[in-house]
Write a protein that binds this ligand. Sequence first.
Ligand SMILES: C[S@@+](CC[C@H](N)C(=O)[O-])C[C@H]1O[C@@H](n2cnc3c(N)ncnc32)[C@H](O)[C@@H]1O
Length: 251
Amino acid sequence: MRSETEGVAGRPSAAGSPRSGPAHPPTGRLSQERATMTESFTGGPLASFDSAGREQLSVLMDHGLTPASRVVDLGCGALRAGRWLIPVLDRGHYCGVEPNEAMLARGLKDFIDPDIVKIKQPRFSTNDQFDLSEFGTRFTHMLMRSVWTHASKRQIESSLDSFLKWSTPDAVLLTSVLPMRTGWKPWRWRPDYNGQEWVGISHESDQPGMVAHRMRWIRSACSTRRLRVCRLRREPLNGQHWLRITQDRPS
Ligand SMILES: C[S@@+](CC[C@H](N)C(=O)[O-])C[C@H]1O[C@@H](n2cnc3c(N)ncnc32)[C@H](O)[C@@H]1O
């Protein structure tokens, strides 16, 4: 599972930085040496640290992202996406939620230019209740990459409730999921996760792990909230598929 999916602990690479590209977006001026990735958790495999970050910018752009958009990156980790989003968004329009304070600190220290942070004034919360009230704004985009792939059903429902409460009527929620079946070999199938706890590295656990949820359950959790869900036709990255969730507006 480690090689095909996200949500694993980062390992040091020979160069001390992701192998697939520069350590920082073009706007950054930090050296690759400073971005040493030791044992810290980077939100997924080191090899795709850059591509998984860029993919998140790309999927948001495909869904109407402009500098004026207001984005909440729920479970923003070490800013794998934030380091691409913060530079392009207007001042104060990027909000990140990350209960693992060390991981967030690592992202701010090593993965984004401090001058960009000074100019763009991203805002952060460390609460673990999927509570967006602290930001006092409604969001046009909610991003949850590699979060439902660790969350319990109760946590997924909390995030949907938060989306309903804190999003604009035409907002879009983009989240990633692992399919339960990835082929004909039953030993590769994942069960529908019905536990109560987060699975994987977080502020409360140092054990890697990932979970899958039955698509029928996800559809039902959305439809009871009058939300519409569809799977995006994008190439899965690290085994994860994108879902787009929007409010089901009366026609
Ligand atoms: C696999 S990482 C993905 C991070 C980021 N979305 C990315 O793509 O790099 C999952 C993140 O969710 C965070 N997390 C765990 N419990 C959470 C909660 N209750 N609310 C928000 N984030 C949580 C973890 O600490 C971790 O940083």
